[in-house]
Design a protein around this ligand. Structure first.
Ligand code: SAM
Ligand code: SF4
Length: 444
């Protein structure tokens, strides 16, 4: 009989949405008497919470499964689960069963709350399970009370996506957009603040369309007003904003609300109108540039970050140069840059003009060089300023230093005592690098 130790380790791939799902699974398991452990070798249950946005993310999961197989050979009682987006794609559950028959549980995005019960069934019945239901079941609210993890927390406000950008698998694996009711979101924020949380990040694939499906007049601007009113909360962040749905009302609302941080992650994806249309993004480069100007007019010092895809099917050198031109004009603080990765079942995967990897790599390199020089220049311009930093803990690269983020989401490294973790401190910025700033505390 398979008998697992009551310890678990979750390995998370992909976006903040997955991180939040992993936290939810951890809460469920802890409520069922399981203890989290730091190392896979110590775990009785290992869960891979997967991503399928790009092929690379999937390959990482197969690689990890290969490593975990050795642990299973040494400990046949070990329960291995693969959960999340990857499992939700047609045919993938079967593929994992073939490539990694030692996996005990395949769990879809809409079934995560069944995890503890399924583990017990696997231990009792001694046979693997595949539980992949509808991605878009009703929004589940009767989950166990959330455990805060430090001073920051992610809060999901919408599930799924209605946009069907032609390159993107998300609507297929996460289903159509469903908004949580505002009173449930506010209740969760308050519960977290009671546990010491001072910064929340509101999550949705397109936060700007929050509330449309609720049809009772609430929208994202209205939700921000209500979250801003929660006493004890200090900072509000949100991802991801869709440029098409970022209304002038929202620009003025975020400029007015004191807790809403001066940072917008505003994925543009491409700088060529022809490619934006093929991507089905619903805006032009002119609209995007006007929105950026409007944000900067209303919120001086706002930082802007973005996502960019190079090598979309049919992208010519001239299209790519439009992207470089837009990046140079906007002067983003930071950008996540990706090579287009065809995803089976999406419209773009069968479009003509799929580009060879060599061209995608070369364009990615040129784009990153440009963005890196801009990121460095933007950071250099901040040297000498005094900023508010939320201390996240010891720096990953130098444990003797602290790391934290400004309201504009800049990473700052500075000397200080670990007991300041979770606190807001004032830091004078002294040196700039491409990805971070160094500084020294002004007061404690
Ligand atoms: N909903 C968000 C949005 O619209 O920006 C984020 C979705 S996705 C998880 C994060 C980023 O992955 C996207 O903004 C896009 O740049 C990138 N991405 C999505 N599908 C991709 C693909 N097939 N190939 C390369 N990059 C992709
Ligand atoms: Fe994917 Fe587009 Fe939805 Fe973002 S908005 S999740 S890129 S379909």
């Amino acid at each position: 009989m398979v008998k697992a130790r009551k310890t678990f380790k979750i390995i998370t791939y992909g976006c903040q949405m997955n991180q939040r799902d992993s936290e939810m699974m951890a809460d469920l398991l802890q409520d069922a008497g399981y203890e989290p452990v730091a190392r896979e070798e110590e775990a009785g249950v290992i869960i891979l919470d997967t991503c399928c946005v790009r092929e690379k993310a999937e390959n990482k999961v197969y690689g990890k499964l290969g490593q975990i197989e050795k642990l299973k050979s040494a400990n046949p009682d070990l329960v291995i689960a693969v959960a999340g987006c990857m499992v939700q794609q047609p045919g993938v559950a079967e593929k994992i069963r073939q490539q990694a028959p030692y996996v005990d549980l395949l769990l879809g995005t809409g079934n995560l709350q069944e995890l503890p019960q399924l583990i017990e069934e696997i231990k009792a019945m001694h046979r693997p399970r595949i539980v992949v239901g509808e991605q878009e079941g009703p929004v589940v609210e009767d989950l166990p009370r959330r455990r805060a993890r430090g001073a920051q927390a992610f809060i999901t406000i919408t599930y799924g996506c209605n946009n069907f950008c032609t390159y993107c698998i998300v609507p297929y694996v996460r289903g159509r957009e469903r908004s949580r009711r505002p009173e449930n979101i506010i209740k969760e924020v308050k519960e977290l603040v009671d546990q010491g949380v001072i910064e929340v990040t509101l999550l949705g694939q397109n936060v700007n369309s929050y509330g449309r499906d609720l049809k009772d007049g609430i929208n994202f601007a209205g939700l921000l007003e209500r979250v801003n009113a929660v006493e004890g909360l200090k900072r509000i962040r949100y991802v991801t904003s869709h440029p098409r749905d970022f209304t002038p009302e929202l620009v003025t609302t975020i400029s007015r609300l004191d807790k809403v941080c001066e940072h917008v992650h505003l994925p543009v994806q491409a700088g060529s109108n022809r490619i934006l249309e093929l991507m089905h993004r619903g805006y032009t480069r002119e609209h995007y540039l006007e929105l950026v100007a409007d944000l900067r007019r209303h919120i001086p010092g706002i930082s802007l970050t973005t996502d960019l895809i190079v090598g979309f099917p049919g992208e010519t050198e001239a299209d790519f140069e439009d992207t470089l031109d837009l990046v140079a004009r906007v002067q983003f603080d930071n950008a996540f840059t990706f090579m287009y990765s065809p995803r089976r079942g999406t419209e773009a995967a069968t479009m003509p003009g799929q580009l060879p990897t060599a061209i995608k790599k070369e364009r990615l390199k040129r784009l990153m060089e440009l963005q890196n020089s801009i990121s460095l220049a933007k950071n250099e311009a901040l040297v000498g300023q005094e900023v508010e930093v939320l201390v996240e803990g010891p720096s990953k690269t130098d444990p003797d230093q602290l790391s934290g983020r400004t309201r504009t989401n800049k990473l700052v490294i500075f000397p200080g005592d670990q007991s300041l973790t979770g606190r807001l401190v004032r830091v004078r910025l002294t040196r700039a690098q491409t990805w971070l700033l160094k500084g020294e505390m002004v007061d404690g």
